[in-house]
Design a protein around this ligand. Structure first.
Ligand code: 0PR
Length: 390
């Protein structure tokens, strides 16, 4: 640290220099985050110092968090669900598995080495879960449609399994697991079922039902689902860090509780202590402001981009590019030759940020609200140029 303080002017010039190196979202097709809605930004600024780690001091902000959980509970078909606002999908997944472990090993005290079974497509946050919680994470195979294979899941369950995980909108393919079938298995085997809807939670409930080729029940309407992760800082258009974890029953929150004797509240079930009240206020503001109608419009916009991209890709068929999967949500994966090289050229020559799936390797594009239909036209033209040159 410098001995003498810098002037405000110097500090801001340093900050501006750093910020100028950041990528703005234009030409970013790899991110599941986007620019927050302006009302979320304003609300965030208003509550910058609010700390949800000490609820008694910030009861106003806490009431906003509680309202967010109620709105999400209603959206996900469990008006009485309980939960709290996390820093995002990673924390929600960690806490959901921690609750499974705590409740599972109490109910079945013989369990010494608990395990959970997740789809092979599970987000890398489950690797952190395994490392942190001492819970073995078993990865079940996927079908050719990148949904978890139920029979593979079933084979991995044993006496020490405490829970199952399904994904509603997986990170790489945007696919939705057959949550109803996983739920059947969970109920038969008396296991908890966590649904990771970190991305899909603000998409699936708002998709035009006439567009859905099949229904994708994924939330508490499915009987066996015991917890859900849903992230307002992704398709919810809120600010970072806004995640949420919802439990069907209050005993899940109870089993995460620790005593906090010198705080204004006596116990705490959250993972972090000090927590952003700003993110809770931002999420409250944008959810109230947009309402279901606003989110339906947001999803319709992203799905229109998705279909425009799909149509354009189909027109490039003779260049050996095809869809890996008919998109369910606003994630498109493209099978083509030399995906890593194509990605690199698209970045270096044209400035597009795109990611690549692991197995199989394919180009992955997430169509977020910061992208425009004109961007899609330009992207398709650039992709055509690259493929022709290969
Ligand atoms: N679950 C699912 C299904 C996810 O897709 C993600 C993140 C998480 C959990 C973890 O959420 P947090 O990162 O909020 O803890 N999915 C994106 C990914 O890993 C996150 C992301 C967003 C990455 C923006 C890059 C980026 O620019 O790809």
């Amino acid at each position: 640290m410098n001995e003498q303080g810098f002037s405000e002017k110097d500090i801001f010039s340093l900050l501006k220099r750093a910020k100028s190196k950041d990528t703005d979202y234009h030409k970013v097709l790899s991110s599941m985050c986007t620019s927050p809605h302006k009302i979320a930004l304003e609300a965030h600024k208003m509550f910058l110092e609010a700390n949800l780690g000490d609820l008694g001091l910030f009861s106003g902000t806490h009431s906003l968090e509680k309202e967010v959980i109620t709105m999400l509970g209603n959206l996900l078909h469990a008006p009485l669900a309980c939960g709290y606002m996390t820093t995002g999908g990673t924390e929600s997944n960690i806490q959901a598995v921690r609750a499974m472990k705590n409740l599972g090993t109490t109910k079945k005290p013989f369990i010494k080495n608990p395990n959970i079974v997740v789809p092979d497509s599970a987000h890398f946050s489950f690797d952190k879960v395994a490392n942190m919680l001492g819970v073995e994470v078993r990865r079940a195979a996927l079908t050719s449609k990148f949904q978890v294979d139920i029979s593979s899941m079933e084979k991995l369950i044993d006496k020490e399994t405490v829970g199952l995980v399904g994904i509603a909108g997986n990170t790489e393919f945007g696919q939705v697991d057959p949550i109803e079938n996983i739920s059947k298995l969970a109920l038969e085997r008396e296991l908890f079922l966590h649904v990771d809807a970190a991305f899909g939670g603000f998409v699936l409930p708002f998709i035009d039902p006439t567009l859905k080729k099949a229904a994708f029940p994924f939330d508490f309407a499915v009987k066996g689902v015991t917890s859900i992760a849903i992230d307002p800082h992704k398709m919810g258009l809120s600010t970072i860090p806004s995640g949420a974890l919802l439990f069907r029953f209050p005993n899940f929150l109870d089993c995460l509780r620790v005593d906090t004797p010198y705080l204004t509240t006596k116990t705490q079930s959250t993972l972090t202590g000090t927590r952003s009240g700003a993110a809770a206020a931002a999420t409250y503001a944008v959810m109230k402001h947009l309402g279901r109608e606003g989110y339906r419009k947001n999803v319709a916009y992203c799905m229109a981009l998705t279909f425009k991209l799909v149509k354009g890709v189909r027109e490039l068929r003779e260049l050996n590019v095809e869809l890996l999967l008919e998109p369910i949500i606003n994630v498109v994966t493209l099978r083509l030759r030399e995906p890593a090289r194509v990605r690199q050229i698209l970045l270096e020559k044209f400035g597009w940020h795109i990611s690549i799936t692991r197995k199989p390797q394919a180009l992955r594009l997430v169509l977020m609200p910061h992208t425009t239909p004109e961007d899609i036209d330009i992207f398709l033209k650039d992709l055509k140029t690259v493929l022709e040159e290969l």
